[in-house]
Design a protein around this ligand. Structure first.
Ligand SMILES: NC(=O)C1=CN([C@@H]2O[C@H](COP(=O)(O)OP(=O)(O)OC[C@H]3O[C@@H](n4cnc5c(N)ncnc54)[C@H](O)[C@@H]3O)[C@@H](O)[C@H]2O)C=CC1
Ligand SMILES: O=C(CO)COP(=O)(O)O
Length: 331
């Protein structure tokens, strides 16, 4: 039986803990909120972030990083903007030999760095693996069929993680393209907001399909600027996750876009949010990077204009629709 530690007891951290426990591992999950620690250990439910799903008995919640001991793998599942701080705390007690599996999806807003680069700065010795792909927490936690990408330059580690947590209803696929796997998951959140706007404003299914396809072209361009393999972008962690999050109001990012499309104000939408919509933060830094590096990303710009600019929804839409005619290029 293996030992898995999870840092971050939001919906996804909890779902991954349940998945790892279902595969037969002993799981320790570190929660930031004392009420979440109590809820998992006493009620066998994470009633704050993943209500309604039973937590198996081989999961223990702890408040302190030091209680994570020496796991075979540590899953980092803090929201992207907090990974640097959380990893810095964690690094005080975690052995440098423990492989860290990055499961967060975003780009650091303050620096423009990929979260794998943040991890390499803060925990330079711990071998890094990325887990990404189309995976709503609730579905994975309930044991519904899910497939993900596990990427690492250490293929033996990727393989042993896949063997440790894989099961018929949670199928990992292996990759060496760490950056590619990470970028798909980070930028699809921005495009899911755009698709939510289309749904909320009832612009139709033609528009949504066009938007998903053109978003993929932007994902490929951004990925190439960071050395990602374009093939990764059409795999589970890229196109797969783009399709998922652009197709269901279960997505926090898509539902944020839907609220915008229905005419709600962004400040109102963001007020008192307890769950994270990573695309909100990623859109700001993605737009800045794309502008500085002249990467053509009109959909990402439109989302930035809506969330962080002061443009009106109708103006943003007509700007996007009146771009000059150009050649259809994906790669
Ligand atoms: N929910 C999902 O279906 C999936 C989420 N992810 C990714 O997993 C990451 C975590 O998301 P969720 O588990 O869904 O979170 P969540 O939205 O369910 O919960 C919020 C999380 O933020 C943490 N948090 C709040 N303030 C914090 C602070 N100051 N410092 C550190 N942590 C703080 C909370 O402790 C909690 O773990 C995100 O990057 C998300 O994109 C990836 C795949 C699926
Ligand atoms: O990343 C996810 C599914 O793969 C979850 O997406 P949301 O954060 O938009 O809910």
């Amino acid at each position: 039986m293996g030992k898995i530690a999870v840092v971050g007891a939001g919906a996804w951290g909890t779902a991954l803990a349940i998945t790892a426990a279902r595969a037969g591992n002993e799981v320790t999950i570190r929660a930031r909120e004392p009420e979440v620690v109590a809820s998992i250990n006493e009620q066998r439910e994470n009633s704050l972030f993943l209500p309604g799903v039973e937590i198996p008995s081989n999961i223990k919640a702890v408040a302190d990083f030091a209680e994570l001991d020496t796991p075979d793998f540590l899953l980092m599942v803090a929201p992207a903007q907090f990974v640097r701080l959380v990893a810095a705390d964690l690094s005080k007690t975690l052995k440098e030999s423990v492989p860290v599996v990055l499961c967060s999806k975003g780009i650091e807003q303050s620096s423009g760095k990929l979260i794998s680069d943040v991890m390499a700065e803060v925990m330079p010795k711990n071998p890094l693996v990325v887990l990404s792909g189309p995976s709503f927490a609730l579905e994975a936690a309930r044991g519904l069929p899910t497939a993900v990408t596990i990427a690492s330059k250490y293929q033996k580690l990727a393989q042993s993680l896949a063997e440790a947590i894989g099961q018929p209803t949670f199928r990992p696929y292996l990759s060496r393209d760490v950056v590619g796997a990470e970028i798909g998951g980070a930028v699809k959140n921005v495009f899911a907001i755009a698709c939510g706007v289309v749904a909320g404003k009832q612009l139709g299914e033609n528009a949504r399909a066009a938007l998903i396809t053109r978003s993929l072209a932007e994902m490929v361009r951004f990925g190439e600027s960071r050395g990602a393999d374009p093939e990764t972008m059409v795999g589970l962690s890229g196109l797969g996750d783009l399709i998922l999050t652009c197709s269901s109001p279960q997505s926090r990012n898509m539902s944020l876009g839907m609220a915008l499309g229905e005419g709600k104000d962004i400040a109102e939408i963001m007020k008192n949010r307890k769950t994270v919509a990573e695309g909100y933060y990623t859109s700001e830094i993605l737009y800045r990077i794309a502008t500085e590096e002249k990467i053509d990303m009109p959909v990402a710009k439109a989302v930035y204009d809506l969330l962080h600019g002061d443009k009106k929804l109708d103006d943003v839409i007509s700007e996007l629709l009146s771009r000059p005619i150009s050649k259809e290029e994906m790669f």
